[in-house]
Design a protein. Structure first.
Length: 326
């Protein structure tokens, strides 16, 4: 005899603004609802598009008791009137309805700021999806992704994967899952390098490393190969910005011990050590100029330039030129 499906929680609060984690939380709520009712329908609506009558209609029980998952996106911008309607509903939720409220954790209005606390008090199942910004958090994310896929990875493998793929969580999650599948579960630095032998060696970070070293020809060669194999323009621009900003931060912090500086700067010691070596070719003025270049190219690859590929080439030239003028 088949065990009955678990009744899904009627109220979920997805709190944070890390997109991949938010989407996973919403998908998880939907999958749980469909364990109880495989025909449960998903409806997504932005909080700013809601009115009390529309919300009341979405969460009202149907004649045939079909399961429904209602996702309210952008709840940090909710109006007081709609927030009051949400809280009135969650006090007595309807059977078969799962309400998922997605909220960044901030909010400009009083209603937006107070809603998460009120939903927690109402018994919402809370999933934290905070932005992953610190190196240690990104490394923990990679380890968890590998574990999630049924594998294991050592510390050197984690750093190699981040260095190869970059900071985009979707790319890291995809690469981690693929590596587990291809390696039989055990991942180390050699496994990462073998898998990424073409793409990993010519990521945006390789382009950036050559550019900040002043090796214009090698940086352009790496950039053209990266473009040929489909590395997104925005990832290359992000890598250029990360390289320049890292050198600037490490230079400003002085010539201390990388292990002792790691906590203060929020970077792993190996990254500080590398930036200390790179900083010898830069002055405060040339770094300021390079910072302007990476800010410009970031805007250009996100739509300000007609040709983002040319914008990246120009940025590589300008960063190398800034270093030469130190």
């Amino acid at each position: 005899m088949t065990a009955p499906a678990t009744t899904p929680a009627p109220l979920h609060l997805v709190l944070g603004d890390e997109e991949l984690l938010v989407e996973r939380a919403v998908r998880g709520a939907l999958e749980t609802a469909r364990l109880a009712d495989p025909a449960a329908e998903l409806t997504r609506v932005r909080a700013t598009d809601l009115t009390p009558p529309v919300l009341a209609e979405l969460v009202s029980p149907s004649l045939f008791s079909e399961g429904r998952v209602i996702v309210v996106d952008g709840a940090q911008d909710i109006s007081q009137e709609v927030a009051d309607t949400v809280l009135a509903y969650v006090a007595a939720p309807a059977d078969g309805i799962v309400l998922v409220v997605v909220h960044t954790g901030g909010g400009r209005s009083k209603a937006g700021k107070s809603l998460p606390g009120a939903l927690k008090k109402a018994g919402a199942a809370v999933t934290q999806c905070d932005k992953i910004t610190k190196p240690a958090e990104r490394e923990a994310f990679v380890r968890n992704e590998v574990r999630r896929a049924g594998g294991r990875i050592d510390a050197a493998g984690v750093l190699a994967l981040i260095d190869a793929v970059g900071s985009d969580l979707r790319e890291l999650a995809s690469a981690a899952a693929q590596l587990v599948a291809d390696s039989g579960g055990g991942i180390d630095e050699d496994a990462v390098r073998r898998y990424h032998r073409g793409k990993a060696d010519v990521t945006g970070f390789m382009v950036a490393e050559k550019a900040v070293a002043g090796d214009r020809a090698a940086a352009l060669e790496s950039l053209r190969w990266a473009q040929q194999i489909g590395v997104p323009h925005v990832l290359v621009a992000d890598a250029l910005a990360d390289a320049v900003r890292t050198i600037a931060r490490v230079s400003a912090a002085g010539r201390g011990n990388p292990n002792q500086m790691a906590g203060e700067l929020g970077m792993p010691p190996w990254k500080i050590r590398k930036a200390q070596g790179q900083s010898r070719g830069w002055s405060a003025g040339s770094l300021a100029e390079a910072m302007r270049v990476v800010a410009r190219v970031n805007a250009e690859v996100k739509g300000a330039a007609a040709d983002p590929g040319y914008a990246l080439e120009r940025a590589v030239f300008d960063i190398a030129a800034a270093r030469e003028r130190r």
